[in-house]
Design a protein around this ligand. Structure first.
Ligand SMILES: [Fe+2]
Length: 523
């Protein structure tokens, strides 16, 4: 139900409701749902996402006991009230209604709050059984025909819970972005060690095994989303999310399962469970996942300033060739028939890029697109899981952007737990070839622990075997971007450790690309 009347919530909840309301008012951003115990139903916090000029998705999932499969709730649906207002005191409420939190969807709630004004900040909350949720802040996209001067965004990926604390999410929240892009590995499907890894927090027995059933995926999300820093990041801004491999299985590729004892049928059941749990736990404007196929690629337009193509580079790709790792000699990677996006998504992407009126045309996706030669010597050692393992598909995309004269292509990437900034070349083996656009790769929030300088590419500003690379570093963190009509600036924010809470944040590097001048400059 979506009702624009301004009838008050008050009088429905009694004293406990009034107390919770007052508490949230006093500290709308520091209220941590997860520190409230007992039967508090909003222990997984609130979130918003997929902002359009007139609407935004509001999300919560009822779970008084987040580490239990149904969150400690019975097998019946529960009514949840919601409201969205122009102010955090909720005196200028613009929409409210009720929704059902149903057990078949893990008692999640996805409300598409419509009738909002473009480019505006809003505040929202939920209520059920006399309990109020924390207050979330969100923001709609600018009007379709507007010419915004600026957009502030952050992007992040890879947040293995047991690898460390989510301090980087907390700093991301403090930046107050207009929108957050999450590029996948929001959860990891792996079993969790009894000691909680770098968190050193004991974890119950049911977390030992890898995620496969829907119930197991649900409690994994319950554990992850209990984290107060992650909740703060969701509370502060709308998110636009996609997935990478670990929302399902390590390096999954299309309909090719991991092999071994896992049959294709087993794999597709796991995939269906993973997709359903992803949908239940994310603030997405998508129909509920109901099987092993789930279209999540979609597009968001921010006036004529920026258009974001959110991609799925896992579900439609051909299997990795020559194994999933790094290879020095694998001719099969050049096979022109090999697909990364699949024909439908590739056509959708190129059509969208060709028709875009936006100044900045962004691919929000998972895996590194610039060529990455991991061999410091004359040999070329490339990762078969990245776009390098799908050379023809990459060439079709880059040539397609040249042919369509796409304005300022910018690729945002996650996956490899390493900060990178590089230039997209027409031919990566020829440094003199045309520069088509730029790519920014965010490191992990926590995956990999404190960071390991001995793995991956050489940190720093240049790499002789990858001359198109302008910056790399291995610390944990995220990327904050200021997008204006003249330039795109990316600040690589890093934290020095994640094995204990409270790490400070600093800017490791700032890189800029100018409108109409493909290429990167360090500030
Ligand atoms: Fe990852």
């Amino acid at each position: 139900m979506d009702c624009p009347s301004r009838r008050s919530f008050f009088g429905l909840g009694g004293a406990a409701f009034a107390l919770a309301f007052t508490t949230d008012l006093a500290h709308p951003w520091t209220a941590r749902a997860s520190v409230r115990g007992g039967d508090y139903p909003f222990q997984l916090g609130v979130a918003s996402g997929d902002p359009l000029p007139d609407r935004v998705v509001l999300w919560t999932r009822l779970a008084p006991k987040p580490l239990e499969p149904l969150g400690g709730l019975p097998f019946n649906k529960i009514k949840v009230d919601w409201e969205i207002a122009e102010d955090e005191a909720f005196t200028r409420r613009v929409r409210h209604g009720s929704a059902w939190a149903a057990p078949e969807y893990g008692h999640s709630v996805h409300v598409d709050a419509k009738g909002l004004r473009p480019g505006r900040e809003y505040f929202y909350r939920f209520r059920t059984g006399g309990e109020l949720s924390p207050v979330g802040r969100t923001k709609t996209a600018p009007a379709p025909r507007s010419s915004p001067d600026a957009l502030k965004l952050a992007f992040a990926s890879c947040a293995s819970w047991q690898d460390g604390y989510y301090t980087a999410y907390r700093h991301l929240a403090d930046d107050n972005p207009d929108v957050v892009f999450h590029l996948g590995d929001y959860i990891y499907e792996y079993g969790i060690v009894p000691t909680g890894g770098n968190r050193k927090v004991p974890v119950p027995e049911q977390f030992r095994v890898q995620c496969d059933t829907l119930d197991r995926f649900r409690i994994q999300y319950g554990l992850y989303k209990s984290d107060p820093d992650l909740q703060a990041a969701h509370q502060r801004a709308p998110w636009i999310v996609t997935w990478d491999d670990h929302e399902v299985l390590d390096n999954w590729a299309g309909r090719h399962g991991p092999g071994g004892e896992v049959t294709e049928q087993d794999y597709l059941v796991i995939r269906a469970n993973a997709f359903r749990a992803f949908w239940e736990n994310m603030p997405v404007r998508l129909p509920a996942a109901h099987g092993p196929d789930f279209r999540i690629f979609r597009r968001f337009t921010f006036g004529d300033l920026a258009e974001f193509n959110v991609l799925d580079t896992r579900q439609y790709r051909d299997d990795q060739v020559c194994g999933d790792g790094q290879q020095t000699d694998c001719a099969a990677r050049l096979d022109p028939a090999r697909q990364m996006l699949g024909p439908e998504q590739e056509a959708w992407l190129l059509d969208g890029l060709g028709g875009s009126r936006a100044k900045w045309n962004v691919l929000a996706q998972q895996i590194a697109m610039i060529q990455l030669d991991f061999d410091p010597g004359p040999a070329q050692r490339l990762s078969m899981d990245l776009w390098d393992g799908y050379k023809a598909a990459k060439d079709r995309l880059i040539t397609g952007m040249i042919d369509r004269r796409v304005s300022n292509p910018v690729v945002l990437t996650g996956d490899i737990h390493y900060n990178l900034a590089g230039e997209l070349k027409a031919n990566f083996d020829d440094p003199a070839s045309r520069t088509v656009g730029v790519e920014f790769v965010c490191t992990s929030i926590s995956s990999g622990g404190n960071g390991n300088p001995a793995t991956g590419l050489p940190p720093g500003g240049s790499d002789p075997v990858n001359p198109h690379l302008r910056f790399s570093s291995y610390q944990r963190g995220y990327v904050s971007c200021e997008v204006t009509r003249t330039q795109w600036r990316s600040d690589f924010k890093v934290v020095p450790y994640v094995d204990r809470p409270g790490a400070p944040v600093s800017t490791r590097a700032s890189l800029v690309t100018l409108d109409g001048v493909p290429g990167l400059q360090a500030l």
